[in-house]
Design a protein around this ligand. Structure first.
Ligand code: CIR
Length: 261
């Protein structure tokens, strides 16, 4: 029996330029360049030990590449979400059979909504952002599924960005990288916090893989802060995906699996 890391991804779709945008102005967007950056992102996941499994393209869904919003995978269970943007709701349609080989599957049925980008796990605590995509009802439904498994679910108010994990991510089991302008550090009472560098407001989105993080190369000062805190950083250029309001967490769902030898 060996434990290994799996990263589920989706390809960049040809319609990426028609993506949802909430806090950003629409800029020209080259899906070809985004796809090449996405290839390099997947290579970074492999470098950190993940087996990357690309799920099918969703040609009708401009935001399909941002798989994180559609799926949570915890040790015990997978939860298929009910995304808050109507244009994204059907991105979950094919997920059940794709995820069943890895976990038992639960489904958020609504009427509430929840995007995976709002769910920050630290140990057995889930901090869940209350956002334009994630409602109180969605959080309640998630709590109903996860409380019996021993998870505590905390709603978290924040502002200034699309998802909670644009404002804060866990870069180790006890350290949260955050933008204190967007989320109150007191939310993470009992954990250590590290602020992003001044002038790099979008730098709080880091993807933890094992003992390292993948982090956008656009934020070198925050990278320095992470390294000073003892975190190993692998930088990737995701500038084109960032124009679609995407970050490094939202392009994959990473989890541990046990392979029977
Ligand atoms: C959206 O607005 O839904 C996409 N354009 C971006 C989603 C980014 N997802 C994430 O940060 N978890």
């Amino acid at each position: 029996m060996t434990r290994s890391l799996v990263a589920l991804t989706r390809p960049v779709g040809a319609r990426l330029a028609d993506c949802e945008l909430t806090h950003l102005d629409r800029l020209p967007l080259d899906p070809g360049l985004a796809a090449r950056q996405h290839d390099a992102y997947e290579a970074a996941l492999r470098l950190l030990g993940c087996r990357v499994e690309r799920l099918p393209d969703l040609p009708e869904h401009p935001d399909g590449v941002f798989i994180e919003d559609t799926l949570l995978i915890l040790d015990e269970v997978a939860v298929i979400t009910r995304p808050g943007a109507a244009s994204r709701r059907d991105e979950t349609a094919d997920l059940g059979p794709l995820v069943e080989p890895f976990r038992s599957v639960e489904l958020l049925r609504g009427p509430g909504t929840l995007d995976g980008g709002d769910v920050l796990r630290v140990g057995r605590t889930l901090f869940v952002g209350l956002s334009s995509r994630t409602s109180e009802d969605g959080i309640d439904e998630l709590r109903h599924i996860l409380s019996p498994l021993g998870y505590t679910v905390h709603p978290v108010p924040f502002s200034g960005c699309l998802h909670l994990k644009s404002a804060a991510t866990a870069v180790s089991e006890h350290l949260v990288l955050l933008n204190p302008e967007w989320v109150d550090p007191a939310v993470f009472d009992g954990l250590d916090t590290l602020p992003v560098a001044p002038g790099e407001p979008f730098a709080a989105n880091a993807l933890r893989v094992g003992d390292s993080v993948i982090h956008p190369s656009a934020f070198p000062e925050t990278r320095q802060g992470l390294e000073n805190a003892g975190i190993a950083v692998l930088s990737v250029d995701i500038s084109e995906l960032a124009r679609a309001e995407g970050g490094v967490t939202c392009c994959s769902v990473v989890f541990e699996t046990i392979d029977q030898a």
